[in-house]
Ligand binder design. Sequence first.
Ligand code: SAH
Ligand code: TYD
Length: 406
Amino acid sequence: MNTPCLCCGQDVEAFLSFGSMPLANAFVAPGDSRPEYRYSLAVGICSECTMVQLLKPVPREKLFHEAYAYYSSTSSRMSDHFRRFAADVHTQYLVGQSPLVVELGSNDGIMLQHFVDRGVRCLGIEPSANVASAAKVRGIPTICRFFDETLARQIAAEHGRANAILAANVLCHIQDLHGALQGMRALLTPEGVVVCEDPYLGDLVSRTAYDQIYDEHIYYFSLASLQSAFASHDFELIDASRQEVHGGSMRYTFAAAGTRKVMPAVFRLRQVESELGLSNPETFHRFRQRVERSRQELIALLATLTADGRRVVGYGATSKSTTVINYCGLTTQHIAYISDTTPGKQGKLTPGAHIPVQPREHFLADHPEYALLFAWNHQGEVLEKEAAFTSAGGKWIVYVPEVGIL
Ligand code: SAH
Ligand code: TYD
């Protein structure tokens, strides 16, 4: 039986199921023997609006709360990225007096701090209380709530309408996408812009980056599917650009239909996308076959290394790693521990497989032979930072786009 589309209600055709999974960011304290929450992780494509989506999303309160594990500012490259993002928005779109910028999913303030530094009025909307507090400590005005139309109207009444609404890596987390878009419509000035950025379906498919699929990512946007969701709220896509972050992302700028010039990049990227076949279910059946092959190859590589007595550790206890570890059935037999810089993950066990998470200092002192790069989307930053590991003979195992040793 087909599932109704979360976006338009038509039939969704399933193309990949990972079976029962623990929550990607539910790290376990040692000694905590309570059963872990599990859900069925499967994705499909809508036959009508072509939105790729989870078949059974997890209730949002289970994911975004006072102990949210992801602090955006842990990556220096991402910090640079958001400094440039803020500067681009400021120079391109924030003319006029005392503009207001509202950011959804502002996390620890990685982007808004640059508007504060530039003296631009801004407001973050961040439902996860711990990361919202980290932003407030940095002096960034933050409302700790889920964004929706009710909140949008309250903000507009109290602070006035926003000249720019920003949303990085958050729209794909919001199950009620149309509610969020209606909220944006209510909050934005008539000349305002929405600038959002999310992992790009085209990269996920072409790089076989199946580990992007987990509970928090409810939608996997193509340019066409997001454009059509926004169009149903009278928004027009006026610009788009590819971004290298998070393993391949797309930045989209929307404005009220007919108010701004549509940049040539929109037509060019739509053309490129139509060649990728992202609205064709057959593309996703081939993707599933590549995912299954990738799994077999990673299991085989790790089995060979462990049979030879090699010691492998993981690098980066990313959300993505939860999908890979549990789908491939990896255990402490394959990976002794995972090195991670996030204090809240250190000393804990990974969801499902219970692989210990250790601080980077442990990795530096330990000199393992192989490191499996779960934070592959930060490869440039990590390889630069860990040059000593590599020059001492340490080897990196990767699985995106292909399983292998660097
Ligand atoms: N923008 C940051 C954080 C992305 S993680 C970055 O790109 O690094 C997604 C964030 O969105 C989390 O901090 C989560 O708490 C928040 N979030 C989830 N649902 C939301 C909603 N409905 N409204 C606003 N923020 C939300
Ligand atoms: P990331 O790939 O940004 O996100 P996601 O959780 O969405 O898959 O993962 C960031 C994780 O990787 C975070 O737990 C910190 C860790 N990390 C390191 O340990 N060292 C590093 O150099 C970087 C960049 C990240």
